[in-house]
Design a protein around this ligand. Structure first.
Ligand SMILES: *Cc1c(COP(=O)(O)O)cnc(C)c1O
Length: 317
């Protein structure tokens, strides 16, 4: 039994009307730990247990850390997650809720990650948030499900952080005989390491992440994702934070599902009827989900982008 669930695949009337074409949603927000991450992390955790792992270690204060904590609870394997001081109370609570140990260390993810790496003993497994072939194998199950139940999409739209999801979706499309289905890979300004790498012709390392979509905040995409950008039909699109947040708000109202701006970035292409999707009839969106956003943060994020003063007042209240 895998640790992820088979998620609903639905045609959205609201988004189809907005985009003027058939929009299908693969609802990864419905995964028990709130995002697609459990597909890959669950697969990797089960494999590491088979290889003898007795503890899981992660350095992600986001959806990856929450997925590792969830997997550990399901498999009765203890989990330690090292996170920097900047991690929100909410994220730490979500990890602790799964019974995992949270170790707060350092002012940045790099410092927390260094500690996590140093903690990895012989019988421990370190779970990377996006750069591990086992993760991609697990993420690919998303496409297996679509191939079994859904329409054949003319294109797949997804968000890109470190490129783990992208790598898994390419693997899934290939293993289901859909290697000609193009992917539209979306990032936000301030987290566009994939778009910039394609433009530069090498893997660019961003100096810092300035986007509100923190789950897309990998400074450098994994080698596999960059390699796929040269050998698979992938179009890269960058949207503004504002477009991502607005898409989250509209999605909440249309589908009654709250997702992170990391996911709103992809959805923005449907809401804005972006030129990148207009040549396709049936488009499938990976609703990657994410649990670190709240309704309050979304309205703050929107206010900050549109009315700087109002945002400050909101924060003080
Ligand atoms: C991790 C994550 C992403 C990005 O996935 P990568 O594999 O890092 O590209 C996008 N959205 C959400 C909600 C995530 O948790």
């Amino acid at each position: 039994m895998p640790l992820h669930i088979e998620t609903p695949l639905i045609e959205s009337r609201a988004l189809s009307l907005c985009a003027g074409r058939s929009i299908w949603l693969k609802l990864e927000a419905m995964q028990p730990p709130g995002s697609f991450k459990i597909r890959g992390i669950g697969t990797a955790c089960e494999e590491y247990v088979r290889r003898g792992a007795r503890r899981f270690i992660s350095s992600s204060g986001g959806n990856a850390g929450i997925a590792v904590a969830y997997a550990g609870r399901c498999l009765s394997v203890p989990v330690a997650v090292a996170v920097p001081e900047t991690t929100s109370e909410r994220a730490k609570d979500l990890i602790r809720q799964e019974g995992a140990q949270v170790i707060v260390h350092g002012g940045s993810w790099q410092e927390a990650n260094t500690l996590a790496q140093a903690m990895v003993g012989e019988s421990d497994a370190f779970l990377h948030p996006f750069d591990d072939p086992l993760l991609w194998q697990g993420h690919a199950t998303l496409i297996d499900e679509v191939a079994r139940s859904g329409p054949t999409p003319d294109a797949v739209v997804l968000s890109v952080g470190g490129g783990g999801l992208l790598s898994g979706i390419v693997e899934g499309l290939r293993r289901n005989g859909w290697a000609d289905v193009p992917i539209i890979a979306v990032e936000t300004e301030g987290a566009s390491s994939f778009a910039q790498s394609i433009r530069a012709g090498y893997r660019v390392t961003l100096e810092k992440i300035t986007s509100i979509a923190t789950s897309l905040g990998a400074k450098q995409v994994c080698e596999q994702a960059f390699a796929y950008s040269k050998e698979y039909p992938i179009r890269s699109v960058v949207v503004s934070d504002k477009a991502a947040v607005l898409a989250c708000e509209r999605f909440l109202s249309d589908q009654r599902i709250l997702v992170e701006p990391a996911c709103g970035a992809a959805l923005a292409l449907a809401y804005d009827s972006a030129p990148e999707i207009t040549e396709f009839k049936t488009v499938m969106f990976v609703v990657c989900g994410g649990v670190t956003a709240t309704v309050e943060q979304l309205s703050l994020g929107r206010a900050a982008k549109t009315r700087p003063r109002a945002a400050k007042n909101n924060l003080r209240r």
